[in-house]
Design a protein around this ligand. Structure first.
Ligand SMILES: [Zn+2]
Length: 468
């Protein structure tokens, strides 16, 4: 078995759906991929209802075994990684190759029902919520949304032994107190505030322990155990309560994997590993201690961590670290992702880690300056001398007319509407626009949370922000 998983990991590209990437999946893309699979007679495709905006929601089922498994993704519309992995799995299960014996064994023992994209309306807007701004994962009791009703009804009708709840989490989690980002976080949701371990939950813990063991063969130390506080309105908690062993898989962050293609592969291998141990019931011999030995998911990372800066006030000097994150935002008009930087924390961040870290001992930090010139047209914006602006400490410009409608700028500068009374400061939840200098010479500018070394003229940033 272990050899088969290793071989599958190595040959994953044979099954990877090349048409979709794990960055953004729309309902139209989903329909297209489902259509391609519709000729396959081993696969049952059913439309099981519609979202609030009348987008069809589907189940894709395969296998004729006794043990039933339900897996759903993109309950949060901006969390598409596992949807891509589900299509990879469907490719795997409908292929005809050297893995035939392995897959037939699985399909003879299991009945797999996948719901890729439970929240198509949120997926269209790349939003967590559905079209009436309800978080479906807080709607498991009231079931006000059609999407929640569909999932609950499927669980009642199918009565699966296991339910896989597939999500994405932000990049700032680590596996325990370490600098290792949590690539995958796993949870066996509790059924009460006391976090009782009943038989149903125990089975989730055992299967998770097997997944953890598998993943650690390929990626040591980047697997975490998600916070197990009881959430009475969440699906995992309520399904476990109803006797379905639920497993939450959160796709996190792994270095140099911005599009989460590697994490998608980890989803694929996690689910195959889980299906296998469920099919041959080997998980039943695993101790729950193995589950608790997985390091906890801790929010310890920043996108950018600036250490040991000197900050001056009232003639006194203070040592500060600054932790900065960059929220990825979706612009539906331009079908474009941009970033909104944010100062998360200021002070002693010696316990934290950064995806990018700079030790700036001996450097001073002050807020970036705001230019008094008003830029009114895109043409003028294109012509600005950004190196000169940075050299003089300007990180923010004033804009007017046609530029006022923008949420972001494709240049290394932030902007404010010309009439806005804005004071840049270095405090929590401010836009991170900073000057970093040594011996009164500016060496770095921070613009919208991106660091620019003034000596490095090629260094680009993703975007500046319009601070409204
Ligand atoms: Zn989620």
């Amino acid at each position: 078995m272990e050899d088969t998983l290793k071989l599958l990991f190595d040959k994953y590209d044979n099954f990877k759906n090349q048409e979709i990437n794990s960055n953004r999946i729309t309902h139209a893309m989903l329909l297209q991929e489902i259509k391609k699979l519709s000729n396959n007679d081993t696969l049952k495709i059913n439309c099981v209802g519609q979202s609030i905006n009348s987008c069809d929601i589907f189940t894709l089922s395969i296998g004729n075994g006794e043990t039933k498994i339900l897996a759903w993704s993109q309950m949060h519309g901006d969390e598409p990684t596992a949807t891509a992995a589900i299509f990879d799995l469907l490719n795997f299960f409908t292929s005809n190759d050297e893995f035939n014996k392995f897959r037939n064994d699985l399909l003879n023992k299991l009945q797999l029902v996948f719901v890729p994209m439970l929240n198509p309306d949120g997926s269209e807007l790349h939003s967590r919520y559905n079209s009436i701004n309800i978080d479906i994962n807080r709607d498991a009791i009231r079931k006000e949304s059609p999407e929640s009703k569909i999932l609950w009804k499927l669980a009642e009708e199918i009565k699966p032994e296991f339910g896989f709840n597939l999500h994405d989490q932000n990049s700032y989690y680590t596996a325990g107190i370490s600098d290792r980002s949590a690539a995958i976080s796993l949870l066996a949701p509790p059924t009460d505030y006391e976090k009782t371990i009943n038989e149903t939950r125990k089975k989730s813990m055992q299967v998770i322990s097997v997944i953890n063991k598998t993943l650690n063969r390929f990626i040591t130390g980047n697997i975490a155990r998600y916070d197990d506080d009881f959430e009475p309105r969440a699906f995992g908690d309520n399904l476990t309560k109803s006797g379905i062993s639920s497993i939450l898989i959160e796709s996190g962050y792994f270095k140099n994997d911005e599009n989460k293609e590697f994490i998608r592969k980890l989803n694929f291998i996690s689910l195959i590993s889980a299906f296998y141990t469920i099919s041959d019931k080997t998980f039943t011999t695993v101790s729950v201690d193995d589950y608790f030995s997985i390091p906890e998911n801790k929010s310890m990372l920043f996108d950018l961590l600036l250490r040991n800066l000197t900050y001056r006030q009232n003639g006194k000097e203070f040592k500060i670290d600054i932790g900065i994150n960059r929220e990825k935002k979706y612009d539906p008009d331009k079908n474009y992702f941009y970033y909104k930087g944010n100062i998360q924390e200021v002070g002693d961040l010696s316990i934290n880690h950064g995806i990018e870290v700079y030790d700036l001992l001996g450097f001073h930090v002050v807020p970036a300056k705001i230019s008094d010139d008003i830029i009114s047209t895109q043409a003028d914006l294109n012509k600005l001398d950004y190196s000169k602006l940075h050299k003089n400490g300007f990180g923010i410009i004033r804009i007017n007319n046609e530029l006022l409608g923008n949420a972001y700028l494709q240049y290394p500068v932030c902007a404010i509407p010309y009439y806005k009374n804005y004071v840049q400061s270095i405090c929590k939840d401010e836009s991170p626009n900073l000057i970093i200098s040594k011996n009164s010479v500016i060496e770095y500018m921070i613009i919208n949370g991106f660091i620019i070394s003034l000596g490095d003229i090629k260094k680009k940033i993703k975007n500046g922000l319009v601070i409204s």
